[in-house]
Design a protein around this ligand. Structure first.
Ligand code: GP9
Ligand code: MN
Length: 626
């Protein structure tokens, strides 16, 4: 029976088996999926198969003569999906989602960054298709081919049955490994590990349509539960700090890809960030501050900063929900006489900024066209940071005061290109070109900020301004773990270390106040209430998930977008609880008390964004809930 089925359909089975094995090989070579047991390895191994059987099963319902051609089309589509994920993973350490594919206005600007990610050996991704074409050709010549691939009803039924059984076994094992896999998982790696990359894309399509429906069916009453949660999270401002920045200008500097590990660190005996190291001495420096961004990278960090809401688990909220109603800082502080602006020398539509900034209430966006850009003053992604700040001074001077101005730097962006004349620190030596080149560009941004601060002083603008400098997200992904371990003098980078590497610098400089290092566990979500309290604005009725960083009694919990979280003593990531003091895995009960709260936060925040719930919020109260 099996024999006769195979005799009739061997080209199909050859294709499916090769795609299956190829997918598994790609899992093991292109993705960094952490496997903790034989069972997990087994699930990973079988997980592409059920999808492939269903997908190629479609061939049995099309006309005989179309089958072979369609089989190739399917094979190319599947291989391409796999390949696209592999390329995306090389930089983002993440899997593609539908919203990411629709960020087309970003694509054109990626230029060199995208090319850096493509290799000649990538042709191997399609080698099985060539092989099958060749086999078909040879067998056809020899007249041995039986390519009608026609099965009897019984055989078809058996085929479907096998596919169903495989799916059930796969899902069953996955559910045992990871309960509530599909309902409570924010980490795509865990999803792919359990249901496979192809099923993951199907699931992603389901999420896409669900998120559309969510807005349509949302109503204000959902707010009551969320409001209670937010009220219990609220912490009173620190009296000594409340209002210290009243009517002062707020200057925010988002440092591209700058992680905290470079601060205070040296390379070949040279400080990597000499200026920031000094500036920290006269500022508040938060050395336990995490980025909480997802697929929207810089734009997610902006979203966190201005809204104190979490970005989304899939896609960039700047793209997916750019026209939602928000209660962002720029809009809120208008009432207090503030003018708000963003300064960033990139295309205005990148990350959908031009649209989103309107929703956030920004008064002015100084973008590409507001800068003089030449070949000499550009590198990599565009205008070099030093020239950017230099040219920005006049823009800043033109703003009505007080202002809230956000500067977004660019030079320290992957692939970290820099001309020799701008390098004032050596490259590192390791197997990762990316990490090697990171240090000169980080140093360059450090120098650019130094110049900017000097200019502010020279123009007499320094003393009137609160300066807030923060890193937007990681710059060195897990693909460079080996080199990173070498740099940090560690044997390896564990998932615990990876979470620790998500720390980014946060420096708050307030004129007239002395420097201090604050080590409370915190994240970008905390910036908005911190800033508003410094301005002397009450936030007790605001929709915000963060806490003022100067408040006494801040709950020591920071949740990352993939569901990992950090408390005073523990780190939870990839379903494992780690002791911060030792970095060793410990019994899960230590993380248990925060587990639900971490999920709850992400879930509530998502409900607000997907349901566009802020349209039901009026000033300091929710409609219908006074
Ligand atoms: C693009 C810049 C970089 O304008 O903000 O974006 P990123 O790739 O870091 O999200
Ligand atoms: Mn960025």
């Amino acid at each position: 029976m099996v024999k006769s089925t195979l005799a009739k359909t061997w080209p199909l089975f050859l294709t499916v088996v090769m795609l299956w094995l190829k997918t598994y090989i790609v899992y093991k070579t292109s993705f960094d999926i952490k496997i903790e047991s034989m069972m997990q390895e087994f699930i990973l191994f079988i997980n592409p198969l059920s999808f492939l059987l269903f997908f190629f099963g479609i061939l049995f319902v099309v006309k005989e003569k179309r089958r072979i051609r369609l089989m190739f089309v399917f094979s190319i589509i599947t291989s391409f999906v796999l390949y696209a994920n592999a390329v995306y993973y090389r930089f983002f350490n993440d899997f593609l989602t539908i919203p990411v594919l629709f960020q087309t206005s970003n694509m054109g600007d990626l230029g060199n960054s995208a090319f850096e990610l493509i290799r000649v050996t990538d042709l191997l991704f399609f080698v099985d298709i060539l092989f099958i074409a060749l086999v078909l050709k040879i067998t056809k010549k020899k007249g041995q081919i039986a390519t009608s691939m026609e099965l009897t009803k019984r055989q078809k039924a058996r085929y479907i049955l096998i596919a169903i059984i495989l799916s059930v076994v796969n899902l069953g094992l996955a559910e045992v490994e990871r309960p509530q896999l599909l309902t409570r998982t924010f980490d795509r790696e865990i999803l792919v590990k359990n249901i496979g990359t192809y099923n993951f894309h199907l699931y992603d399509m389901f999420l896409q349509s669900k998120s559309r429906a969510q807005r349509a069916f949302a109503n204000g009453s959902e707010f009551i539960e969320i409001e209670n949660y937010l009220k219990s999270n609220y912490r009173k401002p620190n009296e000594e700090m409340f209002g210290v920045a009243k009517d002062k200008n707020i200057i925010l500097i988002s440092m591209e890809s700058t992680q905290n590990f470079v601060i205070g660190e040296t390379l070949d005996g040279e400080e990597i960030t000499p200026f920031l190291n000094d500036f920290i001495q006269e500022s508040f420096y938060f050395d336990n501050f995490y980025h909480q961004t997802g697929q929207g990278k810089t734009s997610d960090s902006e979203f966190l900063l201005d809204n104190s809401l979490y970005p989304l688990g899939r896609g960039a909220v700047f793209f997916t929900h750019g026209t939602n109603e928000f209660t962002a800082t720029p809009e809120m502080i208008k009432e207090y006489g503030y003018y708000s602006a963003v300064l960033h020398a990139n295309n205005k539509s990148f990350w959908n900024r031009d649209i989103m900034y309107q929703s956030l209430g920004y008064d002015r966006f100084f973008e590409l066209n507001d800068y003089m850009i030449t070949e000499e003053n550009s590198i990599g992604w565009g205008l070099k940071d030093k020239d950017f700040f230099e040219q920005s001074i006049n823009h800043l001077k033109s703003l009505p005061e007080p202002y809230y101005a956000k500067f977004i730097t660019l030079t320290n962006h992957f692939p970290f290109e820099l001309g020799e004349e701008d390098k004032s620190i050596n490259e590192y030596t390791s197997n990762s070109r990316t990490l090697n080149r990171y240090f000169p560009t980080v140093r360059y941004t450090d120098e650019a900020i130094k110049l900017f601060i000097e200019r502010l002083k020279a123009e007499g603008m320094y003393e009137d301004s609160i300066i807030i400098i923060y890193g937007d997200h990681y710059g060195i992904s897990e693909n460079h773990n080996k080199a990173m371990a070498q740099f940090l003098g560690k044997e390896e980078i564990t998932p615990f270390d990876t979470v620790q590497l998500q720390k980014v610098p946060l420096i708050i400089h307030i004129p007239g106040m002395e420097g201090k290092t604050i080590s409370t566990v915190s994240g970008q979500i905390d910036l908005k209430p911190t800033i508003l309290h410094l301005l002397g604005i009450d936030t007790r009725n605001d929709v915000q998930f963060g806490t003022d960083l100067f408040s006494n009694g801040k709950i020591p919990l920071t949740v990352l977008r993939d569901g990992s979280f950090i408390t005073s003593n523990f780190v939870y990531t990839k379903s494992t609880c780690y002791d911060k003091a030792t970095g060793e895995a410990v019994d899960g009960t230590s993380c248990e008390p925060f587990m639900n709260k971490a999920k709850q936060e992400l879930d509530y925040s998502d409900r607000i964004v997907y349901g566009d719930l802020l349209r039901f919020y009026e000033g300091n109260s929710y409609r219908g809930n006074n």
